[in-house]
Design a protein around this ligand. Structure first.
Ligand SMILES: C[S@@+](CC[C@H](N)C(=O)[O-])C[C@H]1O[C@@H](n2cnc3c(N)ncnc32)[C@H](O)[C@@H]1O
Length: 182
């Protein structure tokens, strides 16, 4: 089985327990991002590797998501099934983040939280994130610091021709960066 299929299968089988086990820790990461990124003026927001959709639900609630295009993407059917059940008025699709079925220059806020560590070639995903972003978009990456150092994240962002506007080492688990197209 290839690595991506194996990962999708792993998340399929943990989807039912995911929120119970991880919502508390993920909430710290969402607050870190919400304190740094303005979602209120952006009409298109996408969460890549969205899991059960919790962050998009929170964004919709905190910035009055009505009228915004909110989209969650995940490779795991079971994660997306739960996301649909939790947030029927948000769009969710099953797709591989290395091949997003989305036109160039579509979204103003592109988010990836604790997701890139799953990818065999994370550079391909960051390139996709850049491709689907509008000219003035913010690309937001939060990643487990036990898998990557801040220098490695900076290197990946530079390689993808993105420029860092802000970065952080969170108290809990992750490092992060906000970037725009160079
Ligand atoms: C640790 S979970 C994080 C979920 C969510 N971002 C959160 O904050 O809880 C990682 C997610 O990435 C998804 N994922 C892994 N590889 C992926 C890929 N190639 N394309 C899209 N999603 C992927 C998994 O299915 C899983 O839902």
């Amino acid at each position: 089985m290839d690595k991506k299929k194996a990962i999708a299968t792993r998340y399929d089988s943990s989807a039912e327990i995911y929120d119970n086990r991880y919502n508390e820790i993920q909430a710290h990461k969402y607050q870190e991002i919400l304190s740094r990124v303005d979602f209120s003026e952006s009409s298109g927001i996408i969460d890549i590797g969205c899991g059960t959709g919790t962050f998009l639900g929170l964004i919709k609630q905190s910035v009055n998501g009505n009228g915004k295009q909110l989209l969650g993407v995940d490779i795991s059917h079971e994660m997306i099934k739960i996301a649909h059940e939790k947030f029927p008025d948000i769009d969710f699709i099953v797709a591989d983040s290395d091949n997003l079925p989305i036109k160039d220059g579509t979204f103003e806020r592109i988010i990836s939280v604790t997701h890139l560590q799953n990818l065999p070639e994370p550079h391909n995903t960051v390139k996709e994130m850049k491709r689907i972003s509008t000219k003035d978009a913010s690309v937001v990456i939060s990643i487990l610091r036990k898998t990557w150092t801040q220098e490695e994240l900076q290197e990946l962002i530079k390689k993808s021709d993105l420029t860092i506007d802000d970065e952080w080492i969170a108290e809990v688990e992750d490092i992060g960066a906000i970037c725009h197209k160079s």
